[in-house]
Design a protein around this ligand. Structure first.
Ligand SMILES: [Zn+2]
Length: 466
């Protein structure tokens, strides 16, 4: 370990109070993204991040307003001649607080719990992620006056609203943001204390399906029996989306799913998994079984296999129901998709499933909805080995390569616009953090470990050719 790293780590150990109070200062700003933009709080939160960056020694700090988008905070330090340039990413906006009565402490009043977690909206998602890098950079700049790498730090204000303007923003500032490696800090560790690099994300395909039997509801006594019920017809087809184990059974749906290599499967099997804890974490009812491909480890099902959920269903509400055969029933079908599936092709396969399986000659109408492509990175670039070493040094334990079952809208624009440079996805969320929910919290110990890992990361990446 270089002397520079030692000094930075030492500085960090004596600065935690300062960083924790900066974190609390940020959590107090309710920069909720979902309001009609751009709310004043979002401006405040971008400015607060900019000011902390400036104090930390970043140069050319700026709040960048963007037409039709939310304000970004930006800062850079570009004096490491000949060393690689990192583009760091985090976001300063937050989700709405949800139901106030469910919060044990006020959402925007950061509160340290006895459990070593800091409670508050945005504490973990993503204000801790942002400050991780600010603190790690400051630790170098305050001790040695320089960083081992060049750093550009972009802090988005629109992530929780789907990063709608991010791609345009990246296109606009492409030259200014050019980098050798991207570090995106807004993901989770598989479990507390286990540093994890996210190397794949699932995509999304969705459609609405409507099954119609009649023009208007009719009396179920006078006509029930011979006249088909569209709700039952739709349910039969929905039921046939999976087999008895709950594994997707739509014709052709598995055709393009990329098989795990032997190495990937071994890695998946080596990830810690405790079924009882998994079930209790998600609060499944006692006795409920895990579904899907029983041949595949559970993490493999979440990271690398497609899945379906019926996210909305409409027939007739209980209120106002009577003994009738109703005219039609509707469902919204949402699929998580994986390499190498094409969202359009998946939508078509599911549409065809309904056309083929809805019984009794009823009318079927399907409408494609939102979709998002999956993302997966090749981990052979030396930046991944460097990140693994840095995480191990920061956390004091081996790092894991994991996938993420969800779709993160900001990853694909970065990968696309910035010319395919390696993207390191590392963050400090953990299973109990409840990001987006009530009582969101940060595991403060992991935040410290993650920040130490960032100090190591800049050093490790400085040895890649710039
Ligand atoms: Zn986030």
């Amino acid at each position: 370990m270089s002397e520079q790293v030692d000094k930075a780590l030492e500085n960090l150990e004596s600065s935690w109070d300062k960083w924790l109070s900066h974190l609390m200062e940020l959590v107090r700003i309710p920069g909720v993204s979902a309001k009609p933009p751009p709310a004043k709080e979002l401006e405040d939160s971008a400015e607060a991040v900019r000011a902390i960056m400036e104090q930390a020694g970043f140069e050319n700090t700026e709040v960048i307003g963007f037409p039709g988008g939310h304000p970004y905070a930006y800062g850079e330090w570009l004096h490491a001649d000949g060393a690689p340039t990192l583009l760091l990413y985090g976001h300063h906006d937050v989700q709405p607080p949800g139901r106030p009565e469910k919060w044990r402490t006020p959402a925007f009043e950061p509160t340290m719990g006895d459990d070593g977690r800091l409670y508050g909206r945005g504490a973990v998602d993503d204000k801790a992620g942002v400050l991780m890098h600010v603190a790690a950079c400051a630790a170098y700049l305050e001790t040695t006056g320089s960083l081992p790498v060049n750093v550009k730090f972009i802090v988005e204000g629109e992530e929780e609203a789907g990063s709608q303007s991010l791609e345009r923003f990246l296109e606009t500032y492409k030259e200014r943001l050019a980098a050798d490696v991207i570090v995106l800090t807004d993901t989770a560790n598989l479990e507390a204390g286990l540093p994890s690099l996210t190397t794949s994300l699932r995509g999304l395909a969705s459609l609405d399906v409507e099954v119609r039997a009649l023009d208007h509801p009719i009396h179920s006594g006078m006509f029930g029996g011979p006249v088909p019920d569209p709700v039952i017809a739709l349910c039969r087809s929905i039921g046939a989306l999976t087999d008895a184990d709950g594994k997707l059974a739509v014709e052709g749906i598995w055709d393009d799913v990329r098989a795990l290599t032997e190495k990937e499967r071994k890695a998946m099997e080596a990830l810690p998994f405790d079924e009882a804890r998994f079930c209790s974490d998600v609060q499944m009812v006692p006795g409920a079984k895990l579904t899907g491909d029983q041949e595949m480890p559970v993490w493999g099902r979440i990271f690398r296999q497609p899945a379906v959920a019926v996210i909305a269903f409409e027939a007739r509400p209980f209120e106002g129901s009577s003994n009738q055969i109703i005219e039609s029933a509707k469902a919204r079908i949402s699929l998580r998709i994986v390499p190498d599936q094409d969202p359009g092709k998946v939508e078509q396969a599911v549409a065809k499933h309904f056309e083929k399986t809805v019984p009794w000659g009823l009318e079927v109408k399907t409408t494609a909805r939102e979709s998002a492509i999956w993302w997966m990175t090749d981990t052979s670039h030396p930046a991944f080995a460097a990140a693994t070493r840095a995480l191990e040094a920061g956390y004091g334990t081996s790092a894991a390569f994991i996938g993420c079952g969800g779709s993160i809208p900001f990853v694909d624009p970065f990968a696309r616009v910035l010319g395919g440079v390696p993207a390191l996805l590392m963050g400090v969320e953990d299973p109990p953090c409840n990001a987006h929910g009530e009582n969101e919290s940060l595991n403060v110990d992991d935040w410290k470990k993650g920040t130490r890992a960032a100090v190591h990361l800049y050093d490790e990446l400085s040895r890649l050719s710039g």
